[in-house]
Design a protein around this ligand. Structure first.
Ligand code: ADP
Ligand code: MG
Length: 729
C-alpha cells in the first residue's frame, strides 16, 4: 500500500530554493510600478483633471462624475501600456477575502470588429450580480442587486493582465455589504472629531487621519505535505496531530536564520509587494517553527487595509510558486504559538503631527495626554465590542485560550505614562496650574524625555499596549480583515473625542479658562477609564478575577462575544457617527453567527471523515498485524509462554480497541449533536450550540487520535506528522 505521507515527505526533502529573478532596478525605483499613483496620474491625466482628483483624494471632495471619463481614459492608457486586457472592481465582502469579477475592455465597434474601451461609468460604479455574497438577509433574492463604487482614496493597481479598482460594496437599498464602506465612514468620523479637538491647540489643523501598521504572522509548510493533510486543505488547521518532541521550547527559531526556501519566498513576495506599492520593511522568523512575520511601514488606515488584503492574496500565489503553502489560520498547529496580526494604530494631523507622540512644550504634552486619555475612554467604554471585532471561530483558539492575547481587553501604558496620568489626576489644582500668572493658566505637565519612545517597556500579554508613539491592538487574527477592528476603534475614538469636546465646551461656555476646562475633564476621564489600565500579567488567573470585578467583558465564547455589536451602547455609537445602522448591524451579526457555525460544521465533518476513514482503518490494520504476531507466537511457544512474550502487543491491541471504540462513539455523538444544532432556526442559537456542544466534542476525538498516533506503527500512519510539517530547511 503506497503511503502518501512518505511520498510527500520524500518530495519535500528534495525541494531546493527557487531562483528569484531580481529586477535590475533598486526597490525604490520599482516601488509602485503597478500602481496608478500620483506620479502616473500626473503623467496620464490632463492637469485640470489631475488637480480635481487630488482634491478628492486629499480633501475628501465629492467625486465629480464629469471627470470620471477623463480619469478612466488615463487609466486605460496606462493599463494597456502594461499589457492589461481586463478590469475588475475589487472589493471586500463579509467573507474575510476579496472578490473580483473580471471584464475585458473589448466592446463591439459596430463594424464587425472590436475596440478597447473603458468609460468613467464603468470605473465609478458597477452592479455585480452578487446575490450569493453574505448579506445577513438584507438583500432579498427578488432584489439581489448590489453596487460596487470606486474608492478614489485607494489607487487602482495591476495584477497580471487585470486593472483592479478598489471599491465599496453596498446593497441596492444602500446598506453596507462589505468592510470598506463602514471603514471609510469610521475614518471620516474620527477625522472630524479629532480635528475639532486639535483646534483647542492649533486652529490651523485641517484634518486628522488614522494610521495603521499591521504585522502579518503566518506559517509556511511544504505543499506536498499540505496536500496529504485533508484537514489543512478543508479547514486551514490541523484537527489532529501529536506534538513534535521538539517544537519551540529551545527558542531557537525566533529571529533565527531564515530557511533558504523561505528566504527565496520572502524575496519574491517583497518584490511583488513593492511593485504593488506595499511598503514591506521587516521580515523575520517568528516564535514557532515554520512561523514567520512580514511588516510594512505604516500607512493611512484604509490604504493599509487594502494592502494587507492584497498581500494575503499575493502570499498564497507566491508560496505556490515556491512549492510552499501559506497558512493564515490563527492556530494551524496545537501546542505551539498561533498567528496574529498586531494592528499598530495612531493619528496624524495634516501638518504631520503624530498625536500619540509626546511634545516638547507643556501645551503639546497636554494635547498628547488628551489623546491618550480619550483613547482609554474609547477602549474602556467599548472593550467588549473591540474584543468582538477581533473574534472569529479561528481566532478563538488564541483569544482566551491561554495564548497571547487574553480574551479580556485592557491597556498597558508603561511606567512613565502611568506616572504622568497619576500626576494629572492627583496633583492639586494649585500645583497643576500657576494661576497667579496674569498671562493665564500655566501648565505643570512634567517634561517627557526624548527617550520616552524607546523606553516603553513592552508587555507582551497586553491586548492594547501603548508603544511609544502609537497603540498596538494585538487581538486581531492573522487571517482577519483588519477593517473589522479598525471600524470599531476609530468610531469609538470619534465618540470619546466628541464627548470630551462637548464637556470642555460646556465648561468654557460657563466661563472657564480653556486649559483649565480641558484639565478638569481630563481628570474626570482619567478616573473613569482607570479600570481598563492594566500593566500586569494578562494570562494570570488573578487578572481574570480582577477584570471581572472591574466590570470588563470577560466572555470568551465567540458567538456570545458577537452580542456586543447589538448592545444599545454600540448601536448608538455606530448610528450617531453614521457608520452602521441597526439593521446593518443585525444583518452583519447574522453573517457572523452563520460563518461561525459553518466553520465549525466543516471542521466537524472533516474530523468525522478523517477519524473514520483514515485513523480507525490504520489503527485496526496495525492491531491485526499485532494480533497475528501474538497468534503465531502462541503457536510457537504455546499459549501461556506466547502470551507472556507478547504482553506488550496485547496491551497495545487492547488500547487500540478502546480508543477506536471511543472515537466511533464520539463521532456518532458529534453527528447527533450536529443534527440537533442544525434544526435550530436562530443563527445566534445555532452558533451557540456549535460552540457549546460540537467544538468540545472534536477536542475529545482529537485526544484519542493523538494518543493513537503515539502507539500505531509509524510506517502505517498516513497523515504527515507535526515534526515533518513544521521544520523547513
Ligand atoms: P514590533 O517591535 O512590535 O514588531 P515594529 O517596530 O516592527 O514593531 O513596528 C511594527 C509596525 O508598527 C510597523 O508596521 C511600523 O511601521 C508600525 N508603526 C511604527 N510607528 C507607528 C505609528 N506611529 N503609527 C502606526 N504604526 C506605526
Ligand atoms: Mg508589534
Amino acid at each position: 500500500m503506497a503511503n502518501l505521507r512518505f511520498e510527500a515527505v520524500a518530495e519535500a526533502a528534495k525541494k531546493r530554493p527557487v531562483d528569484v529573478r531580481v529586477p535590475i532596478e533598486r526597490p525604490s525605483e520599482y516601488f509602485g510600478k503597478y500602481v496608478f499613483n500620483r506620479q502616473k496620474m500626473y503623467k496620464y491625466l490632463p492637469s485640470d483633471i489631475y488637480a480635481k482628483l487630488v482634491d478628492v483624494m486629499d480633501n475628501g471632495a465629492r467625486l465629480d462624475r464629469s471627470i470620471a471619463n477623463a480619469v478612466a481614459e488615463g487609466m486605460r492608457q496606462w493599463a494597456i501600456e502594461n499589457g492589461v486586457t481586463h478590469y475588475t472592481h475589487w472589493f471586500q465582502p463579509l467573507t474575510e477575502g476579496t472578490a473580483e469579477k473580471h471584464d475585458a475592455f473589448v466592446e463591439h465597434d459596430g463594424k464587425g470588429g472590436m475596440i478597447e474601451e473603458f468609460s468613467g461609468k464603468l470605473l465609478v460604479q458597477q452592479e455585480p450580480d452578487a446575490s450569493s455574497f453574505p448579506n445577513g438577509g438584507i438583500r432579498n433574492t427578488f432584489e439581489a442587486r448590489g453596487y460596487s463604487a470606486w474608492d478614489p482614496t485607494s489607487p487602482v493597481f495591476i495584477i497580471d493582465d487585470t486593472l483592479c479598482i478598489p471599491t465599496i460594496f453596498i446593497s441596492y437599498t444602500g446598506e453596507a455589504l462589505d468592510y470598506k464602506s463602514p471603514l471609510l465612514r469610521a475614518l471620516h468620523a474620527v477625522n472630524v472629531a479629532a480635528t475639532d479637538v486639535c483646534h483647542y491647540f492649533d486652529p490651523s489643523i485641517k484634518s486628522v487621519h488614522a494610521n495603521l501598521g499591521w504585522e502579518q504572522e503566518y506559517f509556511l509548510i511544504d505543499s506536498a505535505l499540505y496536500s496529504a493533510r485533508p484537514d489543512l486543505i478543508l479547514t486551514g488547521r490541523t484537527l489532529m496531530g501529536h506534538d513534535s518532541a521538539k517544537n519551540q521550547q529551545m527558542d531557537d527559531h525566533y529571529f533565527g536564520t531564515i530557511p533558504e526556501r523561505v528566504q527565496a519566498f520572502m524575496k519574491e513576495l517583497e518584490i511583488r509587494s513593492l511593485e504593488l506599492g506595499i511598503p514591506c520593511k521587516t521580515r523575520h522568523n517568528e516564535v514557532a517553527p515554520g512561523q514567520f512575520e512580514l511588516a510594512p511601514i505604516f500607512e493611512e488606515c484604509n490604504l493599509a487595509i487594502d494592502h494587507n488584503m492584497l498581500l494575503m492574496g499575493l502570499m498564497k500565489k507566491v508560496a505556490h510558486k515556491h512549492g510552499l503553502h501559506v497558512l493564515l489560520h490563527e492556530k494551524p498547529f496545537e501546542g505551539i504559538n498561533g498567528s496574529g496580526k498586531h494592528n499598530n494604530w495612531s493619528l496624524t494631523t495634516d501638518n504631520g503631527i503624530l498625536l500619540y507622540k509626546s511634545g516638547s512644550t507643556p501645551e503639546e504634552n497636554l494635547r498628547f495626554v488628551v489623546f491618550i486619555v480619550e483613547t482609554l475612554m474609547a477602549v474602556y467604554k467599548h472593550n467588549g465590542l473591540l474584543k468582538a471585532s477581533a473574534m472569529s471561530a479561528s481566532n478563538s483558539h488564541r483569544l482566551g485560550a491561554n495564548e497571547a492575547p487574553p480574551a479580556i481587553i485592557s491597556s498597558f501604558l508603561g511606567k512613565q505614562l502611568t506616572e504622568l496620568l497619576d500626576h494629572v489626576e492627583k496633583a492639586d489644582k494649585k500645583a497643576l496650574f500657576d494661576v497667579a500668572d496674569k498671562k493665564g493658566v500655566q501648565l505643570d505637565i512634567p517634561e517627557i524625555p526624548e527617550l520616552f519612545i524607546d523606553n516603553t517597556d513592552r508587555n507582551r500579554t497586553s491586548p492594547f499596549a501603548f508603544t511609544g508613539n502609537r497603540f498596538e491592538f494585538r487581538a486581531v487574527g492573522s487571517e482577519a480583515n483588519c477593517a473589522a477592528s479598525m471600524i470599531v476603534l476609530n468610531t469609538a475614538m470619534a465618540e470619546a473625542l466628541t464627548n470630551f469636546k462637548t464637556r470642555v465646551d460646556a465648561l468654557i461656555a460657563k466661563g472657564a479658562d480653556k486649559k483649565a476646562a480641558i484639565i478638569d475633564v481630563l481628570r474626570e476621564d482619567i478616573k473613569t477609564s482607570k479600570p481598563i489600565r492594566f500593566d500586569g500579567n494578562g494570562y494570570s488567573d488573578e487578572w481574570k478575577e480582577e477584570a471581572k470585578k472591574r466590570g470588563l467583558d470577560c466572555e470568551s465564547s465567540c458567538p456570545l462575544c458577537f452580542d456586543n455589536y447589538l448592545h444599545e451602547d454600540s448601536v448608538k455609537m455606530f448610528e450617531d457617527f453614521n457608520v452602521l445602522h441597526r439593521n446593518e448591524l443585525e444583518a452583519r451579526n447574522e453573517v457572523k453567527w452563520e460563518t461561525y457555525t459553518k466553520k465549525i460544521q466543516i471542521e466537524a465533518r472533516t474530523m468525522g471523515d478523517i477519524a473514520m476513514n483514515h485513523i480507525i482503518p490504520v489503527a485496526t490494520h496495525y492491531q491485526s498485524q499485532l494480533a497475528k504476531n501474538v497468534q503465531s507466537m502462541m503457536e510457537i511457544f504455546g499459549r501461556e509462554e506466547g502470551e507472556k512474550l507478547t504482553s506488550r502487543n496485547i496491551k497495545i491491541i487492547k488500547e487500540i480497541a478502546e480508543r477506536t471504540e471511543k472515537i466511533e462513539t464520539f463521532v456518532e455523538e458529534l453527528v447527533n449533536a450536529r443534527k440537533v444544532a442544525n434544526k435550530i432556526e436562530s443563527e445566534r442559537e445555532k452558533a451557540i450550540a456549535y460552540h457549546d456542544t460540537i467544538a468540545p466534542k472534536m477536542e475529545e476525538i482529537r485526544y484519542e487520535i493523538d494518543k493513537l498516533e503515539l502507539i500505531v506503527s509509524d510506517e502505517l500512519w498516513t497523515l504527515p506528522k507535526y515534526r515533518e510539517m513544521l521544520f523547513l530547511d
